[in-house]
Design a protein around this ligand. Structure first.
Ligand code: ZN
Ligand code: ZN
Length: 226
């Protein structure tokens, strides 16, 4: 087991990334140590660079779309996970289990919520430590590099579709660029709709009003088949 690891750190708000050599972190009783195989890059990582997020602590290792293998764990975590299991860690980096939100099962709004790569170290590193109750098991058929973005961007689209009530074969519109757009291939069958800014030369919309124009100016196609 290595004692030191390479990691990309943000030393302070507004400071650029730094490649650092750091001690491999040790898991507490309810945590696991994961050897990182892949970590997606998300716009959310920019929050660590800019310092625009509550609860940020520096220096911080960004990255919240992580897949890797469990190599060590605490005694409590060993009740649920085993060494060698391939797992994923997403945006949600931990909750207290005690506050009113947690007792309602609403861990997302925990008063002491932790966020991977923002308020605790993330996956831009050879290893990371994560609480055992935020892990998901990664099926063998999903390669780590392809699966990692599903932990944030993919899950964003999947969760929205699940709550929408849409059924297989329904036509849906997914509004939002970036990772959510590129990773929704796992959820939908047809190519993603193309977003397109209005072209003032064609009398479409006005500069500075990109988001205010009628939908026909914003999209070439109207949705995507589930
Ligand atoms: Zn993200
Ligand atoms: Zn809580």
């Amino acid at each position: 087991m290595k004692k030191m690891m390479q990691a990309i750190q943000v030393p302070a708000p507004g400071a650029p990334f730094v490649l650092a050599s750091l001690p491999v972190p040790e898991p507490s009783t309810d945590e696991v140590l994961i050897k990182v195989e892949a970590c997606g890059i998300c716009h959310g990582d920019a929050l660590a660079l800019e310092g625009n997020y509550p609860g940020l602590t520096y220096p911080v290792i960004p990255g919240h779309e992580v897949i890797g293998t469990i190599v060590e764990m605490g005694s409590l975590a060993a009740s649920f996970w085993r060494s060698g299991q391939r797992v994923g860690v997403g945006w949600h980096g931990g909750h207290c289990g005690q506050c009113a939100s947690c007792r309602r099962g609403d861990f997302w709004h925990c008063e002491h919520v932790r966020t991977t790569g923002l308020s605790r170290n993330g996956g831009y590193a050879e290893y990371l430590v994560a609480p055992s109750n935020v892990l998901v098991e990664i099926p063998a058929g999903i390669p780590s590099r392809e699966g990692a973005p599903l932990l944030c961007a993919g899950n964003t689209v999947y969760a929205a579709l699940k709550k929408s009530g849409a059924q297989g074969g329904d036509l849906v519109g997914i509004v939002g660029p970036g990772g959510a757009r590129t990773s929704d291939g796992s959820n939908c069958k047809e190519p993603w709709l193309q977003d397109r800014r209005p072209d003032p030369r064609k009398g479409e919309g006005r500069p500075g009003k990109t988001l205010g124009g009628p939908p026909r100016h914003r999209y070439r196609r109207g949705g995507r088949r589930l």
